[in-house]
Design a protein around this ligand. Structure first.
Ligand code: NAI
Length: 335
């Protein structure tokens, strides 16, 4: 199976090295196509990504990427945004799962967020009316709403999930969020075995913090999804444990949610867990469920044992030592 790998900036190279070693230990038949992209590549070459990257992703349909840095306010446009646009990767899917050994106030959290990735206030339609007034347009379409809602229900059906919750603010944003909700009702009728629920975004935040276990699959528009998915990452230990996939009809791009961590880059201190969890998602999605399970268990065993953790996890191990501990578990499971 051919997979495009974009190591990215900062700690991207370190966590990608970890990923390649883990994949090798799992004996996955991956043919990696590695492409440089991001701010460091831009500084060296004047272009944001190596030639052939887009064609390779189009051809393989699968990419996994490390973080790429984006200058704030000036400079080039984010690679993530460019890739999402190029491949119409409309669904940002983030599983949120408690990890034994990671101290949080919550136990057994297990939910998945489906965030619409292409419209809403992120469409970039803004108008400066005067120095005193700026308008930003919230765009919601039937087409985009339908495909993300359907993706959430399809996932729930396939994975045996019980409930899909639509998150909205239709009490105030009556037309735009109202359209999203009416499409939700229409699509829900096609999945009579799955329970449905509609919840206003502010109440959703409170309920998630009070008792995240009452949720199963959440589906929502771009802005609410952006905020909710980081809130939910916080429920299980933060961005270090948050994988995601950006999925279109033809292409899936897996990644860790965190950034390039310039403060620790090059020091062999990065925690590769989120990228490894993104790889676990990839393996599961493409039929390597045995390898996905072994990786899942190995990661959790090493974290729960707590002897070889990276500094952000409260340990003193390097990225290499942590990776080696995971590999040891994988090898034990395979023998
Ligand atoms: P960040 O996530 O890179 O760092 C925030 C803090 O978390 C830092 O203290 C960092 O050391 C720590 N951290 C993050 N990931 C870690 C890991 N795997 N292991 C150990 N510690 C980790 O966020 P920040 O500083 O806001 O952004 C830095 C750059 O990353 C920016 O240029 C930003 O544009 C980019 N970025 C890229 C993303 C992507 O490509 N998906 C996502 C978020 C930010």
């Amino acid at each position: 199976m051919k997979v495009v790998l974009i190591p990215g900036d900062g700690i991207g190279k370190e966590i990608s090295t970890s990923l390649l070693k883990v994949a090798e230990a799992l004996k996955c038949p991956m043919e990696w196509q590695v492409f440089e992209a991001g701010a460091e590549h831009y500084e060296e070459s004047g272009v944001l990504y190596e030639e052939g990257l887009l064609e390779a992703i189009r051809h393989t349909g699968i990419a996994i990427k490390g973080p790429t840095a984006t200058p704030i306010g000036t400079g080039f446009r984010s690679l993530n945004v460019q890739l999402r646009k190029e491949f119409d990767a409309y669904a940002n899917i983030r599983p949120i799962q408690s990890i034994p050994g990671i101290e949080t106030p919550y136990k057994n959290v297990n939910l998945v967020i489906f965030r619409e990735n292409t419209e809403d206030l992120y469409s970039g339609v803004e108008e400066v009316i005067s120095e005193e007034e700026v308008h930003a347009l919230k765009i919601i379409t039937r087409r985009a709403s339908e495909r993300i809602i359907r993706a959430a229900f399809e996932y729930a059906q396939k994975e045996g999930r019980k409930k899909v919750t639509a998150v909205h603010k239709a009490n105030i944003i009556k037309q735009a969020d109202g359209l999203f909700l009416s499409v939700f009702d229409e699509v829900a009728k096609e999945y009579p075995r799955i329970k449905t629920e509609k919840i206003i975004v502010d109440a959703a935040c409170m309920k998630l913090v009070m008792n995240p276990n009452q949720f199963d699959v959440l589906v929502t528009m771009n802005l609410y999804g952006d905020i909710l998915s980081d809130l939910c990452a916080g429920l299980v230990g933060g961005l270090g444990f948050a994988p995601s996939v950006n999925r279109g009809e033809e292409v899936s791009i897996y990644e860790a949610v965190h950034g390039s961590a310039p403060d620790i880059a090059g020091k062999n201190l990065a925690n590769p867990t989120a990228l490894l969890m993104a790889f676990e998602m990839l393996l599961k999605d493409y039929g390597y469920s045995k390898e996905a399970k072994i990786l899942h268990n190995s990661l959790r065993e090493v974290i729960e044992e707590g002897l070889s953790l990276t500094p952000d996890q409260g340990g003193q191990a390097t990225c290499t030592e942590y990776t080696n501990a995971i590999i040891q578990r994988i090898q034990d499971a395979l023998h």
